[in-house]
Design a protein around this ligand. Structure first.
Ligand SMILES: [Fe+2]
Ligand SMILES: [Fe+2]
Length: 298
């Protein structure tokens, strides 16, 4: 990976998340992760679009790993007594709404950047959650997520070689997903338990995740200078170009908006829409014989 564990680590100053005291916060958090893992079904789409056999083999393995991660989170949630619930709209937007329109967009935005954000979050939970059985499960998933991010970085670098227009387009789209992370930070700031030892770090942690994303974009070669050197106007241009509109982008989006929001035909429901009612999730139980680790109620 282009960023080290140390670079991606956020210093929570030794603060810990407690399995009992912080059950509500943990439930919210693990439900975001659960949704993210269910979006692993999208790997199937990209397997069909893989540019070579090596990439196809990687994706076939990744799809299995993501489905195993679904079970990992169900296990952790069962141990902590957390219920599966819907993910936040900003998370749904980042994980599904930002689904790439091409191979380059997939590897850059969903794998290098999106799974990069996920990795930041996994590291943070590993470092703060005071519940060893959950952390042990997460540590194993982290190794696999690191490989997914690395694949995204390598494939993005390959895709933009000799294509400055693609580099600009990916940068514009990456700026949109960083905006999504800032939206999430704003939402959390209004919902955080006041004075919570770990959660009070969350806005700073999300800013750190965006800095990691920026560094990754620079090291891949998508970004050729620090983001701070890009003016607001330049960023707006990159975003509007990325969405295909250039100067008339805003007008074009306005004209096509009714087409995009009117349900011309019923949208096919996928697992990302239905998973909470899936029998695998509603009927999930810890494997027989596995020591239950329900935290003791105080
Ligand atoms: Fe995963
Ligand atoms: Fe992944």
């Amino acid at each position: 990976m282009l960023l080290t564990r140390e670079e991606m680590t956020f210093d929570f100053g030794g603060a810990k998340l407690d399995a009992v005291r912080d059950k509500d916060v943990l439930e919210w958090m693990f439900n975001q992760f659960l949704y993210g893992e269910v979006t692993g079904i999208q790997v199937g789409h990209w397997l069909y679009d893989a540019p070579d056999l090596e990439a196809a083999k990687f994706l076939a393995r990744q799809s299995l790993e993501e489905m195993q991660h679904v079970d990992n989170f169900l296990r952790i949630m069962a141990m902590l007594g957390c219920q599966p619930k819907p993910a936040h709209p900003a998370v749904r937007f980042l994980a599904t709404g930002m689904m790439g329109g091409s191979w380059a967009e997939h590897v850059a935005l969903e794998m290098a950047q999106g799974e990069g954000f996920v990795l930041n979050a996994f590291y943070a939970v590993v470092d703060t959650l005071d519940h060893k059985p959950s952390v042990d499960i997460l540590r194993r998933a982290v190794k696999q997520e690191e490989r997914h991010v690395e694949f995204g970085e390598q494939q993005t670098a390959k895709a933009i070689e000799g294509k400055p227009w693609l580099r600009r387009r990916l940068l514009g789209l990456a700026l949109v997903s960083m905006w999504g992370v800032r939206r999430l930070a704003k939402f959390m700031e209004t919902r955080l338990p006041p004075g919570h030892v770990v959660m009070s770090f969350l806005p700073a942690f999300l800013a750190h995740a965006n800095r990691c994303a920026e560094l990754r974009l620079q090291r891949i070669g998508v970004l050729d200078r620090p983001l701070a050197e890009l003016s607001t106007a330049k960023r707006a241009l990159l975003i509007s170009e990325a969405y295909g509109g250039k100067l008339l982008g805003g007008l074009g989006s306005l004209l096509t908006l009714p087409l995009r929001i009117l349900p011309l035909w019923p949208k096919k429901k996928r697992l990302t829409d239905t998973y909470l009612h899936d029998r695998h999730i509603t009927g999930f139980a810890l494997p027989a014989g596995e020591p239950e680790a329900h935290p003791q109620e105080p």
